[in-house]
Ligand binder design. Structure first.
Ligand code: SMG
Ligand code: MG
Length: 402
């Protein structure tokens, strides 16, 4: 019998799901809620090339987006893992050929590049899909001895770090918190805003930072078109950008705001992939893009968004979803690409966690004050502490096999 599939076509042997709860060093409040613990879903894949880890960025509740940890675990268990684990070597090879014609970086990681096409039959669930792809990418790059930075096309060894500051109980507490981050060296402050917590805190933090301190705001969809005059009044504070003031689906109101104010409008929740990024840019709804790989179905699509924005001369920056060291490592590698010209929400592990499941990411000193070093070991470049994954488990692990 003949087969078109080479005997060596790599395949995924098992997918393990680990749900953990990691306490936050301080509560994190946004326009949609307050968190005191990060509930994370970690994906561990075993392939015949070796093992890898990925992190799902979905939150405990479907508030930032429709996805949430329980839903992500369920869709992986019921649909995504069976599709990947049942895939024949032949199926993987076909997907690999498709990837080769798509772009050179994907072609270098054929097994990871086969994940998105194999899962395209499931609508949405990008965070769940992205977590699996990230784990496969880690496994594949480890086997090749290549770091994520190298595979993605990193052009710097250190990345500039910003910090996202939640809504505080009082103005005084906000200023204390911001002062602490400035002392730690963060190069940019992002304030979470919502109706009733905007002009006054933004003005106070601007005063604290002085005219040259980099400052931006993020509303997580909390405003409506009626608020355009108020949002435009933030021009007075010299912000780098206003992030996602209106609903995810509402590009039109973002475009209206963009024409009514000087401050650049930046989309986060609305940008699902390269096509939605280009569309939003062309409609004038965004002139800066927040790239979060999980929201886009994975790092390979995030690279396409980066490339598309760069071709249009639109700056990008790396968002964050309170990642543990697993997701943080990959984000830092991504943030080292040339189009990432603004500091990211790539803060040190200590911004959220006293302990991490990997060695912590620590801000540099001297000339690297306010920066994180891009990992250069194979894959994510970080080792996962199995003992902590077990200790912090909030549910028994699930192992899905062929
Ligand atoms: O990882 O520092 C981080 C979080 C940064 O503010 C942050 N993320 O909309 O950009 C965003 C939010 C989403 C967080 S969901 C609780
Ligand atoms: Mg945001």
């Amino acid at each position: 019998m003949t087969s078109t599939a080479p005997a060596t076509a790599p395949r995924i042997e098992a997918i393990e799901l680990h749900r953990i709860e990691v306490p936050l060093v301080r509560p994190f409040e946004t326009s949609f809620g307050r968190e005191t613990v990060r509930e994370a879903l970690l994906v561990h894949v075993r392939t015949d090339l070796g093992d890898g880890w990925g992190e799902c960025v979905a939150g405990r509740d479907p508030f930032y987006s429709a996805e949430y940890v329980g839903g992500a675990a369920s869709v992986i268990e019921r649909y995504l893992a069976p599709a990947l684990l049942g895939a024949t070597a032949d199926g993987a090879t076909r997907a690999v050929r498709g990837a080769e014609s798509a772009d050179a970086r994907s072609a270098g990681v054929p097994l990871a590049a086969s994940v998105a096409p194999a899962l395209a039959f499931v609508a949405g669930h990008r965070m769940a899909k992205g977590a699996i792809e990230a784990a496969v990418l880690d496994a594949e790059l480890r086997a090749q001895g290549r770091s994520m930075g190298e595979a993605f096309g990193a052009v710097r060894d250190w990345v500039d770090c910003g910090v996202s500051v939640g809504i505080a109980p009082t103005l005084e507490e906000l200023l204390d918190e911001v002062t602490g981050y400035v002392e730690e060296g963060y190069r940019r402050i992002k304030l979470k805003i919502k109706p009733g917590w905007d002009v006054v805190p933004v003005g106070a933090v601007r005063e604290l930072l002085g005219r040259d301190g980099l400052l931006q705001v993020d509303a997580n969809t909390a405003y409506t078109a009626d608020d355009i005059p108020l949002l435009a009044s933030l021009d007075a504070f010299g912000l780098l950008l206003i992030e996602q003031p209106f609903a995810e689906e509402d590009l039109a109101t973002h475009a209206l705001l963009a024409s009514a104010c000087e401050t650049p409008v930046c989309l986060d929740e609305s940008i699902l992939d390269a096509a939605t990024a280009v569309d939003a840019i062309e409609r004038g709804a965004t002139s800066v893009v927040n790239i979060k790989p999980g929201r886009m179905g994975g790092y390979l699509e995030a690279l396409r968004v980066h490339d598309a924005c760069r071709a249009l001369d639109v700056p990008v920056w790396c968002g964050g979803m309170l990642e543990t060291g697993i997701g943080r490592a990959a984000n830092v590698a991504l943030a080292a690409l040339p189009g990432f010209v603004l500091p990211g929400d790539t803060s040190a592990s200590s911004r959220y966690y006293a302990d991490d499941v990997t060695d912590p990411f620590v801000l540099g000193t001297g000339e690297h004050r306010g920066q994180l070093r891009v990992p250069d070991a194979p894959g994510t470049g970080v080792a996962v502490r199995d003992d902590l994954v077990r200790e912090w488990a909030s549910a028994p692990p699930i192992t899905l096999t062929r």
